[in-house]
Design a binder for this molecule. Structure first.
Ligand code: GLA
Length: 403
C-alpha cells in the first residue's frame, strides 16, 4: 500500500471512530473504556448455493461492513443500539434472557452469537453495551447479518478473553444463524467475513473447510455491485425450501450412486444418474448444485491463469443456471444482469448471495464503469420503477480492532 493510501485509510478509521464514540457517549452516557471494532461484509464471486451441497465457493470480504462500539458492564444487562434505523431506542435485554427462535429483530444477530458462545461453554460473566453501525446496504445479499455475527464473536473474544480462532468465529456465527435465528445457511458468509484478506478471494471447500487465498487480479477491471433495492430476508425467502429440495434429490441419487453430497458429482456423473431423481424440479435444483460447483473449480483455475474472460463467462453461466434451474433470481436481478451483459466492457455479471432480491456482482473494464452505472441504472429504473444503487467495491481484510 502506498503511504497516501495508508494515510487515507487511517483517516477514515479515525473519522469513523470519532463519530461512533460520540454517538456511544450520547446513547449510553459516556464512552469511557469503550472499544471500536469493524467486520466486513462479503461478496461471492462464484459458487452460489453450493455451500450446503458439499461444494466449493469463492467469496471475498469487502471494505464495506459493520462497525461496533462495545464496553463490558458490571451487571448482566445487555444494551443494544443501532445507528442504522431512524428513531430506534436502546434495546435492553439480559444474559439470562438469551433464548433461541424468539425473533427479536436486529438484536437477534448479536444475541444469537452470545447464546452460541454460552452453548459452547464460553460463559460471559458480565453483560455489555453495544452500538452498531453498518455501511453495507441492508437486506442486500452482502451478508450484513453474518457481518454482525462475526463482529459480535470478535468483540466477545477481545472483551472476555475467549480462546477462539477466526475460523471458529465463523463456525459459531453459522451455528447462531442456524439455531438461534432458524435460517439454515451454509458456512460461506461467516467464513468469508472472518477470514477475509485484502485483494484476495477465498477458495473454500465447504466440506473439509480447507481453503486457499487467490489474488483477484483483474487487469485493471473493477468489481461493481449493483443493488436491486428489492429487500429480502433469508428467513422469509425460499432459501430453506431450496435446501430441502437438494437434500431430497441427494437421497434419491444415493439409491444409485455412492455419494455424500451433490458436490461429489461431476457433470457427466450427474447426467448418468439424474434419472433417479423422480421430479423435474428437484432434478433442476440438483443440476445447478453440481454444475455450479464444477464451474467454481474452473473459474478459480481460470483466474489463476489470469484468464479473466473465461472467469467472466463462467459468472454469466452461473447466473443463467441460478435463473433457469435454481430459480432464485427474479425480475429485478435478471434485469440488472441482462442489462449489464449488453454493455461493452462487461467481463461478467451475475447475482450474488442467496438471491430473491439483493445484489449482482459484475466485473467491468475501468473505462466502461461510468457507462455501466448510467445505462444499467436507467434501464433498471425504466423497467422496475425504482432506482438501483451501484458500488465500485474493494476486497478487504477480516475483522479488526480500530481503537
Ligand atoms: C446465503 C447463505 C450462504 C449461501 C448463499 C448462497 O448467503 O448464507 O450460506 O448458501 O446464500 O450461495
Amino acid at each position: 500500500m502506498t503511504d497516501d493510501k495508508q494515510k487515507m485509510r487511517k483517516r477514515k478509521d479515525e473519522y469513523m471512530k470519532d463519530i461512533l464514540l460520540t454517538k456511544f457517549a450520547e446513547v449510553f452516557g459516556d464512552c469511557k473504556g469503550a472499544k471500536v471494532y469493524f467486520a466486513p461484509g462479503r461478496v461471492n464471486l462464484i459458487g452460489e448455493h453450493t455451500d450446503y451441497n458439499g461444494g466449493h465457493v469463492f467469496p471475498a470480504a469487502l471494505t464495506l461492513g459493520t462497525y461496533g462500539v462495545a464496553r463490558k458492564r458490571n451487571d448482566r444487562k445487555l444494551r443494544f443500539y443501532t445507528m442504522n434505523y431512524n428513531r430506534v431506542d436502546i434495546v435492553e435485554s439480559s444474559l439470562d434472557d438469551l433464548v433461541p427462535l424468539k425473533r427479536a429483530g436486529w438484536t437477534s444477530y448479536p444475541k444469537g452469537v452470545m447464546w452460541a458462545f454460552e452453548q459452547q461453554g464460553m460463559k460471559m460473566d458480565y453483560g455489555m453495551d453495544l452500538l452498531l453501525k453498518g455501511t453495507i446496504p441492508g437486506s442486500s445479499g452482502l451478508s450484513s447479518s453474518a457481518s454482525v455475527e462475526v463482529l459480535t464473536g470478535f468483540i466477545l473474544r477481545d472483551l472476555y478473553g475467549f480462546q477462539v480462532t477466526n475460523q471458529e468465529l465463523a463456525i459459531i456465527g453459522q451455528y447462531a444463524e442456524n439455531n438461534y435465528n432458524g435460517v439454515n445457511c451454509g458456512i460461506m458468509d461467516q467464513f468469508a467475513i472472518a477470514m477475509g484478506k485484502k485483494k484476495h478471494a477465498i477458495f473454500l471447500d465447504t466440506v473439509t473447510l480447507e481453503y486457499s487465498y487467490a489474488p483477484v487480479k483483474l487487469k485493471g477491471a473493477k468489481i461493481i455491485i449493483s443493488c436491486s433495492n428489492k429487500r429480502r430476508g433469508l428467513a422469509d425467502s425460499k432459501y430453506n425450501e431450496r435446501r430441502s429440495e437438494c437434500e431430497e434429490a441427494l437421497q434419491e441419487l444415493q439409491k444409485v450412486v455412492k455419494i455424500d453430497a451433490l458436490g461429489d458429482l461431476t457433470e457427466e456423473e450427474f447426467e448418468k444418474y439424474k434419472h433417479a431423481i423422480g421430479d423435474e424440479i428437484r432434478q433442476k435444483r440438483a443440476k445447478h448444485a453440481v454444475y455450479e460447483n464444477q464451474r467454481t473449480l474452473k473459474a478459480v483455475e481460470a483466474l489463476q491463469k489470469n484468464d479473466i474472460e473465461t472467469f467472466g463467462k463462467l459468472m454469466n453461466e452461473s447466473h443463467i443456471s441460478l435463473r433457469d434451474d435454481y430459480e432464485v433470481t427474479g425480475r429485478e436481478l435478471d434485469t440488472l444482469v441482462e442489462e449489464a451483459w449488453k454493455i461493452d466492457g462487461v467481463i461478467g455479471s451475475r447475482m450474488t448471495g442467496a438471491g430473491f432480491g439483493g445484489c449482482t456482482v459484475s466485473i467491468v473494464e475501468k473505462d466502461a464503469v461510468k457507462k455501466f452505472i448510467k445505462k444499467v441504472g436507467k434501464a433498471y429504473k425504466k423497467k422496475i420503477g425504482y432506482e438501483a444503487d451501484f458500488y465500485v467495491v474493494k476486497l478487504g481484510n477480516g475483522p479488526k480492532i480500530i481503537y
